[in-house]
Design a protein around this ligand. Structure first.
Ligand code: ADP
Ligand code: MG
Length: 253
């Protein structure tokens, strides 16, 4: 256990009595970007949702320690306040709540006294990040994700991350549904945030994203656990050999 890591220790997670994560372990030091790749249905999103405290995902055993603080058993808002940010594969629409108010409320909830003094400074910061992500400023008044295209939803997730400046972020297939220009913009946003103060987990199905956000470590996941870890070249090997190869790794471990 360390105060500068996200330590996931032998996590077992079930959905409706079916075990999905099987003794899943991962140590993510702050300052690093780890990619998790793996075939569909292998439990990548289950990992993300279990960490976020989603009530449908039952953690039967194991730990998730954020800088030493146990996340398992905490409510989603407490997990977020502890410093974990989640960008979901399928972001929810929140009708009636504007992006500007949504992010501001999330920031206010992080203040010890529940207040955020300077509205002007807030909007200046928000607009700066929106400009960087090429999100039209008109979007501030729109309800979160309502009627957004797939790419707009993903950029909105990154906007939230840039504004909240979490200690750790898990991005679940943020590349899916993005054309190449949007992918670059999203990657630039992530790369801008990258640094010694944050650890990032990039969940992705494809190697393409990793050309733009170069990971420190690549993990290959299959059937609820990591079956191989390596450097960024592992992503290329995976792409070349295909996911059938992963199954052989799983039986070998
Ligand atoms: P991945 O993100 O790697 O594609 P998931 O974590 O989404 O995989 O899914 C892992 C397994 O859990 C799949 O078999 C999927 O059908 C099942 N699963 C995921 N979420 C639910 C849910 N809410 N209810 C029932 N089964 C689910
Ligand atoms: Mg998924």
């Amino acid at each position: 256990m360390s105060i500068n890591t996200l330590d996931i220790l032998r996590l077992n997670v079930s959905i409706a009595d079916r075990q999905i994560l099987k003794d899943f372990s991962l140590t993510l030091p702050k300052g690093q970007v780890h990619a998790i790749m793996g075939p569909n249905g292998t439990g990548k999103s289950t990992l993300a949702k279990a960490l976020a405290g989603h009530p449908d995902y039952t953690v039967t055993s194991g730990q998730a320690l954020l800088d030493g603080e146990e996340l398992i058993g905490q409510e989603p808002d407490a997990i977020a306040r502890a410093g974990l940010f989640m960008a979901f594969q399928y972001p929810n629409e929140i009708p009636g709540v504007s992006i500007a108010n949504f992010i501001r409320a999330a920031l206010v909830a992080r203040q010890p006294k529940g207040q955020l003094s300077d509205a002007k400074a807030y909007y200046a910061r928000l607009y700066g990040k929106m400009d960087a992500l090429k999100i039209d400023r008109k979007f501030t008044a729109r309800s979160v994700n309502e009627g957004f295209s797939g790419g707009e939803k993903k950029r909105c997730e990154i906007l939230q991350m840039l504004m909240l400046q979490p200690k750790y972020a898990v991005l679940d297939e943020t590349d899916s549904g993005l054309d190449i220009d949007a992918l670059r913009i999203v990657a630039d946003g992530v790369n801008a945030l990258r640094g010694p103060g944050i650890g990032i987990v990039l969940i992705t199905h494809y190697q393409r994203l990793l050309e733009y956000i170069v990971p420190d470590v690549v993990h290959v996941m299959y059937d609820g656990r990591i079956v191989r870890s390596g450097g960024k070249e592992l992503a290329l090997e995976l792409e070349a050999r295909g996911y059938e190869w992963v199954k052989t790794l799983a039986t070998a471990t």
